[in-house]
Write a protein that binds this ligand. Sequence first.
Ligand code: NAD
Length: 486
Amino acid sequence: MNLAIPYHLENYIGGNFIAPLSGEFIDGINPATAEVFCQIPNSNARDIDVAVNAAKNAFESWSNTSAEQRFSILNKIADLIDANFETLALAETTDNGKPLWLSKQVDIKRSSDNFRFFATSIMHFASESHFTPDKNAINYTLRQPIGIVGCISPWNLPLYLFTWKIAPALAAGNCVIAKPSEVTPVTSFLLGKICKQAGLPDGVLNILHGDGINCGEAIVRHPAIKAISFTGSTKAGERIASIAAPMFKKLSLELGGKNPTLIFADCDLKKVLHEIIRSAFGNQGQICLCGSRILIEKPIYEEFKKHFVAITKNLTVGDPLIETSKQGAIVSKQHFEKIINCIQLAKQEGGTILCGGYAVKPKGRCANGYFIQPTIIEGLNQQCKTNQEEIFGPVVTIQPFDTMDEAIEMANSTSYGLAASVWTQDISKANQLAIKLQTGIVWVNCWLVRDLRTPFGGVKNSGVGREGGWDALKFFTEQKNVCVQY
Ligand code: NAD
């Protein structure tokens, strides 16, 4: 199969690759060069209707396949992702701007892992029974596929997060209407080709392209789509919830974050410095889990600052295709401008820029791309906008604290609650912190160490529900209790 980067993307509906009914397309831009490199269907409610009909036709048969059959097809999809590894990695980097080495190490590898993980999970998925002898009854609980479900994903980890939703939805026996971000749709389009080749029956997975308002909202509004799994901004999540809740749809919302990193004086500073560079600036700071507020216990504040700034200044920002570029491009012009404005705001709020704070213009083919030097800011209080609102770029603040209670108060002081990381050699302190931090995820002496079986998600404005492991399969199934009296 030739998966060279296409210039004209199509919707994947009922097993066919077709243009949107409107005939309209959106420009797809390579953020490293600012050049248009593909055309993306601008789909709307009419295309969603066609896809829902295709899914309805496929559901009866797909929902009655055995777990072994689904395991086999999903595993085949994983194998084909691996077989097209280089092409997919290059497509992801061209679309998103992230370094090619990162697309290979993280994004594409994790995408096939997602399919393999849920292919195996469905073979072990079981439901409960309850024996009620005083009433001569046995209860057993069926877990049946929901029907047609909607999966909507963001641009920061395009294929990785798209497959994280689609794989469990398909494994559980649902038919899926899926929409990747219009900013980074190419690998999702290629996934359609792979699914076709893997023998996934037509109509079981439908991949539609378009923006949030016309295409995304049409998925959320469609009465035949019974559950929505969404990853993206808190603002869009709020809008989606306002539409889906009165329709009583099942909702899983993975939203924004403003994650604290808590560094105590008794930490292993060498390890911290190595990992903090990753947690602060990985993927240009565009990971929902990135630690953007770094809180440091006073006795080591100056030492930490000296080393952290020195290492950050040395991070090479440049052409994502060059192996030595530690940082690639910001995903789009719009997002680049938002981050630059956030840096300006931090200055107005009284922040001191310790390093970075400016756009980078690499020489050569990337001269017009959207690059920002990793930025560290100090001198801001916890209540300012810079420390309260998600920036989602290579920008972090550092703040000193005196006591553990003060650190907890600072960490919990935003409306978000996705993840926190804690750095201390005192395991008792670490456990107390884990209990008191208002987040869905706490890492102790590590960051983004993932096990796909664990519950993933946030509290407060970071979301509703959990993805991963059994939680994902439970979300994508409906329980029905059957009570039999003997
Ligand atoms: P976004 O909310 O703008 O878009 C996400 C997806 O939703 C896109 O496909 C978009 O087209 C669609 N969309 C937008 N408005 C919609 C609407 N009204 N109805 C239906 N669909 C709509 O987010 P983004 O800018 O693509 O991604 C960045 C955000 O995602 C950040 O806030 C980040 O923290 C968050 N994120 C969260 C997680 C997590 O697991 N919690 C993971 C990755 C990213």
